[in-house]
Design a protein around this ligand. Structure first.
Ligand SMILES: [Zn+2]
Length: 313
């Protein structure tokens, strides 16, 4: 599933492609993508004659702004936007088509069909589901270590599931939570309520650093994610622990272990991220193969490009 950096990359490319384009007509081939209104005819009639004026983002949601309306779009697992000539042949997984007055079309394609679209009068989208209850936006100015601690710090829950919960902080999914916790040196099973002020400062800095670097690299292409123009992100080559089970930690050379935390596959260096007392925790210890790769400096180039080592669980 795309996380904040991937959605931000789609936002940037879409904003170059569609701002200023006027909708002539809308074709809905799979009505279940539409959540509000759920009637394709009403959806199309509302959009006809409107012009895209901006593309913004809230968490992992895109906000496609039109004159007077906002289309809230979530890509879920494999949703994808692309610009085409209106007469170009259709892919069988293309479900919604915005035909523009200039002969081009924006097409929404989604093999898994989990994506959603909600259409609102401008302004209403921020106080209505699915955006109404979203948490802190980590790349905005108001995101500070204090804000993070205030939002999460009183909860008697493991830190990883809290960071994944979009009601407290948005944009982080399984990849960037593992990456940020490793950068901060915090074990994913530590209880939020027991983290010290210095832990919150390091976690805050690690979240901002990780997400900013990933946005800069155009996101990660893990499995089939591509950005709005069909290009793959490059950040997967810089992942520290995610999908690198058995490889050497880039900091200490210890073998990265995989375990399950809150039902999600979790990648940890047990040396850099000290397990809390009583946690089963992943096996520690250095695998001979991993430390050899680390000494040879080869751990960053051996990763397969097809993402097959990066299983989602
Ligand atoms: Zn380490």
């Amino acid at each position: 599933m795309p996380e904040l950096p991937e959605v931000e990359t789609v936002r940037r490319t879409l904003s170059e492609l569609i701002v200023g384009k006027r909708i002539r007509a809308v074709t809905v081939r799979l009505p279940r993508i539409l959540q509000k209104p759920d009637d394709p005819d009403v959806f199309g009639t509302m959009l006809e004659g409107r012009t895209f004026t901006a593309v913004e983002r809230r968490g992992k949601f895109l906000r496609l702004i039109l004159d007077g309306l906002v289309l809230v779009s979530h890509l879920r697992m494999e949703g994808r936007y692309g610009m085409f000539a209106d007469e170009a042949p259709l892919d069988k997984h293309t479900h919604v088509i915005f035909h523009f007055t200039d002969g081009t079309a924006l097409r929404y394609t989604d093999v898994r069909q989990f994506g959603t679209m909600h259409l609102f009068p401008a302004g209403e989208e921020l106080v209505s589901p699915p955006l109404a209850k979203l948490g802190l936006e980590p790349l905005e100015a108001g995101f500070t270590a204090d804000a993070l601690r205030t939002s999460l710090g009183r909860r008697n829950t493991k830190i990883k599931p809290l960071l994944l919960n979009q009601e407290w902080i948005v944009g982080l999914g399984n990849i960037y939570v593992d990456e940020a916790l490793h950068l901060a040196g915090i074990h994913p099973e530590r209880m939020a309520g027991e983290l010290k002020p210095k832990d919150w400062s390091r976690l805050h800095e690690a979240i901002v650093t990780t997400l900013s670097a990933a946005v800069e690299a155009g996101g990660s292409s893990v499995k089939s994610y591509v950005n709005g123009q069909g290009e793959m992100g490059m950040f997967q080559h810089r992942l520290r622990v995610y999908g690198r089970t058995g490889e050497a930690c880039p900091v200490c050379g210890n073998a990265i272990a995989k375990s399950v935390v809150g039902g999600r596959g979790t990648h940890v260096c047990a040396k850099c991220q000290k397990p809390p007392k009583g946690a089963a925790g992943p096996a520690s210890g250095v695998s001979a193969a991993a430390s050899k790769r680390y000494r040879e400096g080869g751990n960053t180039v051996k990763r397969r490009l097809d993402g097959s080592a990066a299983g989602h669980t």
